[in-house]
Write a protein that binds this ligand. Structure first.
Ligand code: 13P
Length: 256
């Protein structure tokens, strides 16, 4: 399996800034066949960056989309409209769940719409600090994984990526803490088990599981060697070119 290095730019960079950043990143990063580099700019930049990007080197992701293909849904962007612009779409990020009140039902429809439109959803799951403190982590992860994938058949499971992002480890969370490799390994193992129980061991093994939460050049190597982790979803550090490039090089080194 490839290693996935995904940069989530969130609500940062103007269209012009995004283009300059991508230009520099394309110059800096060689074409690594076993590392899939993906950047997720804001929706407005997708059109121009899709013309600029070298798809042999890296891919584009959207940060969100709506599950209806068209209709009276003021302000929304559909997966259908993303076709040809983005290869991936982040779905169910904790910022969507908690700030924009997306529930598992909504997220499940988005995962289905992404696959239907041939865009790979990166389904984000993760518990909050209080859920962990109350011993609810396993239940929360199970609900989010099973809920998010409930419209996905066994045959389509290879078109999905899962990202484990404990909310308490995301750098913008107040008093964020670093997740330990053991904490991550335990949840990744659980996700794999949920997939095995719901589908089969064979398809469960093939689903890439990424980790996200305060990843930076100094911890990326340790996180990439956590058993079962197939890549990283990076926020803050992906906005700094030298750090993001560093993490990509680390991924290449760990892989070889
Ligand atoms: P940070 O890397 O800034 O903690 O953000 C993680 C994240 O939310 C990526 O989607």
């Amino acid at each position: 399996m490839k290693t996935y290095i995904v940069g989530n730019w969130k609500l940062n960079f103007s269209v012009g800034e995004a283009s300059i950043y991508l230009h520099k990143l394309l110059k800096r990063v060689p074409n690594y066949r076993d590392v899939e580099v993906v950047v997720a700019p804001g929706a407005l930049a997708l059109q121009s960056l899709s013309l600029q990007i070298d798809r042999h080197k890296m891919k584009l992701a959207a940060q969100n989309a709506y599950y209806r293909d068209y209709g009276a849904y003021t302000g929304e962007v559909s997966f259908n409209q993303l076709r040809g612009l983005a290869d991936y779409c982040i779905v169910g990020h904790s910022e969507r769940r908690y700030i924009f009140r997306e529930d598992d039902k909504m997220i499940q429809k988005k995962v289905e719409a992404a696959v239907r439109n041939k865009i790979t959803p990166i389904l984000c799951v993760g518990e909050t600090e209080s859920e962990r403190a109350f011993g609810e982590t396993a239940d929360v992860i199970r609900d989010q994984v099973v809920g998010g994938l409930s419209e996905i058949s066994e045959e389509d499971l290879d078109k999905v990526i899962i990202a484990y992002e404990p909310v308490w480890a995301i750098s913008s969370t107040k008093s964020a803490k670093l997740a330990s490799p053991d904490e991550i390994a335990e949840v990744v193992k659980l996700i794999r088990k949920i997939l095995t129980d719901t589908y089969s061991a064979k398809v469960a093994e093939a689903v890439p599981i990424l980790f996200g939460g305060s990843v930076n050049p100094s911890n990326a190597g340790a996180y990439l060697t956590v058993p079962g982790v197939n890549g990283l979803l990076i926020g803050g550090s992906s906005l700094i070119l030298s750090e993001f490039a560093d993490i990509i090089e680390t991924a290449k080194r760990v892989k070889s």
